[in-house]
Design a protein around this ligand. Structure first.
Ligand code: ADP
Ligand code: MG
Length: 481
């Protein structure tokens, strides 16, 4: 029997606000235990939570980036459970009506695009931390992390391999850290952690199997290992006649194995109800518009823009970093023709990137500007200089800052102008034909290669400056005659 693995991810991303979601205490990492826990965080009687607008703003920014619905009215709910690091006895979260609903993220696995649907993203507070190491026979509680703002991002069970789950987690990480900058993404410090829900089913079946949820995976490698171990364990269990029970499990990085922590509680065990201390969260159209207006374009949006400009061949590479796309996209926008944009894209990825690599520079430190590249291309297009002269000689001179890096000055001073004068080229062609009787005979006998060799001779005689199209035309005409 063949098995298919089914995966849904829940990701907790810490939002990059400087204060907590319901109090004014600092969220900075690494302070001494309990020095950043105020009366609200330690749940003294009579205190009231006050919602942090920055956390709401970041959640909406996320929703807009994944094409989700932003609920104008969402509700904070109490998720009740007892744990020593949760002094209130409940976590404030969102349950029935989260702030963000739906949306999707596109991932690339083995060169193939796949869309992972998002179920929801909701705001909630983090709990504190239990410290087991430093206290003989006792556990210490650090409430610095209590009340830290989190966005929990939940996917549909759309992934079908550990590789897809990792690709999704990486795409999500890049989106929230680099594109929309709502999370610092530090996985060691717990700013980005994933729970993986894993089940298996016979390949071809359209019914889902029972899932087990692996908690708190804080590296991409652990995510991969944990899913693979869990998948194999479930297959073995079923093939040995056993059954899978819904459960919450832990991954042990030392053994690479998962083990059951508790059989899974259901939502009703948490006695969710709307938090009477917090009004429903209402966001105005105006607030959403403000966020839209202040939003940098995501790399995915830029990739789509490039595809729309006819640059599907280079879109992935150009939008692989913000620095590269920031440099390149304004250049493409200057040209109406796809062919022109393609040449520029290839120049950026080819000769310009080679220069950058030689000196180990990032494209934001390029010594040739986008404006210079555009001017260089205009000279090629007008026929003033040849394409090979431009990328070999002119680019190097601009890079070195010769003549102030001004392409016009460099072309004039170095005599780089292409020879487009028909009489001059004809004269040189005649000389080359006279000196290469054997190749002329070869060509006339049907050897196509001989033609290229003759073109090469003419180019050599003109130091590469003859207009190649004209050389071709004139040679063809003379050889036919
Ligand atoms: P809970 O909050 O109790 O963990 P949810 O209904 O919110 O439960 O689902 C959590 C995650 O489990 C979602 O990401 C969902 O896609 C995933 N999931 C649901 N059913 C399955 C399944 N059979 N196999 C794998 N993942 C699943
Ligand atoms: Mg869960």
């Amino acid at each position: 029997m063949k098995w298919e693995v089914v995966i849904g991810l829940e990701t907790h991303a810490q939002l990059s606000t400087t204060s907590k979601i319901f109090s004014g205490a600092s969220t900075a990492f690494g302070a001494k235990p309990n020095t950043q826990a105020c009366a609200v965080d330690i749940a003294l009687p009579g205190v009231l939570p006050v919602l942090n607008k920055g956390a709401v703003e970041r959640a909406i920014r996320f929703g807009l980036a994944v094409g989700a619905k932003i609920n104008r009215r969402s509700i904070f709910a109490r998720k009740n459970y007892f744990y020593p690091d949760l002094p209130k006895g409940y976590q404030i979260s969102q349950y029935e009506t989260p702030i963000v609903e739906g949306g999707s993220l596109t991932i690339l696995v083995n060169g193939e695009e796949k869309t992972v649907r998002l179920t929801r993203a909701h705001l909630e507070e983090d709990a504190g931390k239990s410290l087991h190491e430093d206290f003989q026979g006792a556990t210490g509680i650090d409430l610095n992390r209590a009340g830290t703002p989190l966005l929990e991002i939940v996917t549909e069970p759309d992934m079908r391999s550990a590789a897809e789950a990792v690709a999704y987690a990486k795409a999500l990480h890049r989106l929230i850290v680099e594109d929309i900058e709502i999370c610092d993404g530090n996985m060691q410090e717990g700013s980005f952690r994933c729970d993986a829900n894993v089940s298996i089913r016979p390949t071809g079946s359209d019914k889902f199997g029972t899932r087990r949820e692996i908690k708190n995976l804080n590296s991409f490698a652990f995510l991969q290992q944990a899913i693979e171990f869990e998948r194999n364990w479930q297959i073995e269990t079923l093939e040995n006649g056993g059954s899978i029970q819904q459960a919450t499990v832990l991954f042990d990085p030392d053994t690479g194995e998962t083990r059951t922590m508790r059989t899974k509680e259901d939502a009703h065990d948490y006695r969710y109800f709307p938090d009477p201390d917090l009004l429903p969260l209402e966001v105005t159209e105006e607030f959403i518009d403000q966020i839209k207006a202040s939003k940098p374009k995501s790399l995915e949006e830029q990739r789509q823009e490039m595809i729309a400009l006819g640059l599907e061949g280079t879109a992935n590479q150009i939008t692989s970093s913000r620095a590269m796309s920031t440099f390149a996209l304004p250049i493409f926008a200057k040209f109406d023709q796809v062919e022109d944009r393609k040449v520029l894209a290839n120049w950026i990825l080819g000769p310009l990137s080679a220069k950058l690599n030689e000196e180990n520079l990032d494209i934001s430190q390029s010594k040739v500007t986008g404006h210079q590249l555009i001017k260089m291309y205009e000279h090629v297009k007008s026929g003033a200089i040849s394409a090979s002269t431009s990328t070999n000689v002119l680019l190097a001179a601009m890079w070195a800052g010769e003549y102030g890096g001004d392409p016009d000055a460099i072309i004039a001073a170095k005599g780089l102008k292409q020879i487009s004068d028909t009489n001059t080229i004809e004269k040189i062609v005649d000389e080359v034909l006279a000196a290469n009787a054997q190749q002329v005979a070869d060509y006339k006998a049907g050897k196509e290669k001989a033609f290229n060799s003759l073109v090469g001779q003419v180019m050599k005689a003109t130091k590469g400056k003859a207009n190649p199209q004209q050389v071709n035309d004139i040679l063809k005409r003379k050889l036919a005659g």
